[in-house]
Write a protein that binds this ligand. Sequence first.
Ligand SMILES: *Cc1c(COP(=O)(O)O)cnc(C)c1O
Length: 404
Amino acid sequence: MDYQRVFAQAIERLHAEGRYRVFIDILRNKGAFPNARCFAGHNGPKPITVWCSNDYLAMGQHPAVVGAMEEALHDVGAGSGGTRNIGGNTHYHVELEAELADLHGKEAALLFTSGYVSNEATLSTIAKILPGCIIFSDELNHASMIAGIRNSGCEKHVFRHNDVAHLEELLAAAPADAPKLIAFESVYSMDGDVAPIAEICDLADRYNALTYLDEVHAVGMYGARGGGISERDDVAHRLTIVEGTLGKAIGVMGGYIAADRNIVDVIRSYAPGFIFTTSLSPVLVAGALASVKHLKASSEERDAQQAAAKKLKGIFAEAGLPTLPSTTHIVPLMVGDPVKAKRISDILLAEYGVYVQPINYPTVPRGTERLRFTPGPAHTEEMMRELANALVEIWDRLEIRLAA
Ligand SMILES: *Cc1c(COP(=O)(O)O)cnc(C)c1O
């Protein structure tokens, strides 16, 4: 076996399809985000505007968050020094779990090192505990949920995206006495649409199924205290497990679930992805704690983000740019071709100092490649107008080129 050739061919396939991933080398300017520096050129860092950050509310630079992290670093040092079971259960962890349980109106919460790990560890473990469990999964669920479901080894049925009738058909066809779990998201991060949570909970009641909701793209941003779409729609109490991240709107790093005490105890006791890993640094946990507390009390950031999203959608529509009809803060601009999406992104960065990453397969289905904009409280109308003008110019340029 010529190993090197096989590896080289695997990479070559990505190049051929136009979806080889290039990471843009940046540093964000604290206090001035979405302004950042890009290290792609040869003459030192170049100023850019970031349009694709998941630090949706710019909490990563909020003085309360940064201050709490500085204080924790000063008081207790850098790392946790162990797993939760062996020396790594700091008081910050205990406090943040209580704060997150309260945020979602649940008895308990459990921290993980990332949202990915929380989905993988929880879904794979809970379904293993329930003999003969059948999992019903939305077709657009995130890779981390799919990994958890696969690793559970359970029977799985995929329902069409947000299609309650299809979900009911699948539930009705399953044995009435089999344990069932419905796994879905609230805000789908690539299209910006929202799940019919209450209707899915109705089905869960009717068919005696558990529910698992990924609120990663809604936590901090929806609901009066940032509890997500389930708080906004007043359905959090109907969900079995709510999952979230501390890495997006919370602005730091880490993931969690919130549920009743029993379920959290089971995951805490059985999930390898929780047990056999060093717990999050207390510095990160202190920052997340400050962020969650701040966003519980303040709607200023949420309101400003919604206003920015509305404004950008309006400006794009006026300019005739093809956005998806998102009902949330996410603004997807459709390109439908991986090479073109990458090319537009390259021109934006090189000529306009605009950073937006092209989104290609497998993150989105082939043929739906796009640029995904995440306007936030710190994006000004002037930045938006410059962005729209740049896009219109590039659209014209590429279409002329394509037609020729
Ligand atoms: C980003 C994401 C995750 C993973 O969260 P991380 O904290 O980044 O690991 C989980 N689910 C969805 C829907 C996501 O978009």
